[in-house]
Design a protein around this ligand. Sequence first.
Ligand code: NAP
Length: 288
Amino acid sequence: MKIGIIGLGLIGGSLGLDLRKCGHIIYGVSRKESTCRRALEKGVVNHANINLSSLSTVDFIFICTPIGLISQTLKQLTPHLNSEAIITDVGSVKTSIVKECELLWPNFVGGHPMAGTAEQGIEAAQENLFKNAPYVITPTEKTSKNSINILEKLAQSLGSIVHTCSPEIHDQSVAWISHLPVIISASLIAACSEEKEKNILKLAQKLASSGFRDTSRVGGGNPELGVMMAKYNQTALLHALQGYREQLDEITEYIKTEQWDSLEKLLMITQKERSPFIQLEKSSENNS
Ligand code: NAP
């Protein structure tokens, strides 16, 4: 298939590497000439250009720009498209993007490959990024079955595990397990860094090990992406933050009032409740 990828960064570049390996011809478009050159050098794409008109003959397009540019990019793209072309995006938030994009192009289907690293840009592109990772497809009643089927097959060819749900359910779910953790993790780093005693702060930095590395990882990622998640998934994220705040208040109260039994009961419950959230991690450990 002739596949277009717009936005040759971490996600777009990684998609290019794997889809090329599957035998597709990849037409890349990025904002900077230097990124296009680098994408050709790295073997991410077969052709690269800064003009959207270079995608006039492709069958399928992934829009991989930052979230705030996805529907704007589609608007600029539509005059150049062949009428059968299927378009998807990879944005981490779906409701507002799908609403705007399906009005702009009838063969649009929303998607979210749930894989990433803390890096960004073309140099961060890597092979097998999507292997064993969830790929969420978010159709509406307007989405054509053909578009869903083709995206599903492409996602499966990357080694991803496909899930299908509405854009709204997607956004509420990822608010809990992706967007809330970014905000909590960033707050953890900010709170620790606020320690006024320089010698305590210095020693804490020296002693921080795997526990801190795990809990702070997502708070140390791409700031632009973090802001976009909050901006475009504001309602669901505020709902999740409220739930988190209530839990934190409850635990704080147990500690303040020395309710050690209640604290232990809660920690016994969370010890059990963690398991269903990390099934994917366990199954990829078993597969490796
Ligand atoms: P990224 O590494 O910063 O890549 C985005 C690329 O888009 C940039 O490298 C930039 O390339 C290009 N670009 C910017 N404006 C453009 C425009 N107007 N036209 C064409 N290209 C443009 O970001 P990313 O992490 O890949 O994220 C891209 C999308 O993937 C976002 O929508 C995000 O929500 C989604 N996503 C991210 C992750 C993650 O963990 N990072 C996971 C799943 C989904 P130039 O060098 O040419 O400027």
